[in-house]
Design a protein around this ligand. Sequence first.
Ligand code: AMP
Length: 113
Amino acid sequence: MNDCLFCKIVKGEIPSTKIYEDETVYVFEDIAPTAPVHYLVIPKEHISKLDEINETNSAVISHIYEVIAKIAKDKGLKDGFRVVSNCGESAGQSVFHIHFHLLAGRPLTWPAG
Ligand code: AMP
């Protein structure tokens, strides 16, 4: 997707603070963090949102959760963390390249607003 912000971040056309990268997944710091740890975990391939996951592209989503578990271990998130993916504008999605917010470092209330 030529005009997708996160595709441009994956390609290095827009700067980001990288936390992790492999063949299919990229992880970087959120530009407006809402917790001491606030990473965005994204597939390198363009998937717009959660309801576009299907049997053809779901392997990368499965891998994303493996990556999240590895990062949680590597960063010592022993006190817990939260993973959030907003799907659609009314759920708060503002960037239409699927992403998983990884939040930690402060008490996280529930239910989320
Ligand atoms: P959402 O609102 O769930 O779609 O999440 C999009 C997230 O992307 C927000 O938390 C933004 O702060 C974050 N964001 C937007 N632009 C950038 C950027 N250039 N670099 C890093 N994070 C960004």
